[in-house]
Design a protein around this ligand. Sequence first.
Ligand SMILES: [Zn+2]
Length: 327
Amino acid sequence: MKKIYGNDELLGTLNAMVQSGRTAQSVIFYGETGSGRFSAATYYTAQLMCQSPVEGAPCGCCTACRTVMSLSHPDVTLVPTSGKLGGYSVETARAVCSDAFVKPNNRSGRKVYIFRNCRNMDVRTQNTLLKLIEEPPEYALFLFTAESKYEFLPTIISRCVCFGLSLCTEEESRLALREEGYGEEEIEQAVSCFHGNVGMCSQYIMDERLRRLVDLTKALSESIIRKDEYGLNCAFYSVGSDRESVRNVLSMTDKLFRDAAVLAKDSSARTISCCPDSAARLSQMISAYQAARIHYKLEKAWDAVQHNVSVPLVLAGLCAEMMEIVC
Ligand SMILES: [Zn+2]
């Protein structure tokens, strides 16, 4: 079983829960992208399916564990997303509702449905699932992963046990990446950008596109420091229209301004952004209030992108707003 770093307390709670036989049927694993929420959901699933668990923990070797990890277990469903925004449709929720009443045929006698990356899950979809979560068949479990538990309706949250994933320390991050077999140099580069976020560090090493987005975020921060609106526009334009790329750049930019605000108060504070040098220079030129206003604008921009507003339009507007705030 792949080790999950930095979340010993959570794993301990899950082990104790399984050992005592009081397993939660609906669970939300939340945390930032790359923090290991899907790994935690897979771990919990393996715990439930494992043929010979050790003190509540999955053995990692039996057929059940191996098929859970390779997502090929016949009674574990990774619920499919649909549409341009990759959401969960009402039709999908209805299909899960009827499938959940078909009894499982594995030794553990359980069925698990995993809803991965629930971003702004449609209210109608949530209401369709609510009935099922309120009165689920005793063998069925529903696991959700999301950035925040508040992506869900209060009625759903109240029916779920919610677990937050913590980020690792940089040292734990290095250990996890070494275990994946990466080289020291690439590990250092990745950790300097994504610190204790193992998932993002690993993606940074593997995915050239993410490395390009980090470079774009650095270019973007340089343009802001130079108060160069044209440069900022060009950097945003180069991000393209792919929503995942936009989300990454907005999130990295948000962390940059968060660091700038923190460094303004304490220049030795721990940073979380991919370009701490730029954050340090920004901290000399903007106030915490300006950083907070930019944070709000970035959230608003991401919200518009999620609601299908044209990406170039949103980014052009954001660029103008950011310039107005920093100048
Ligand atoms: Zn096992």
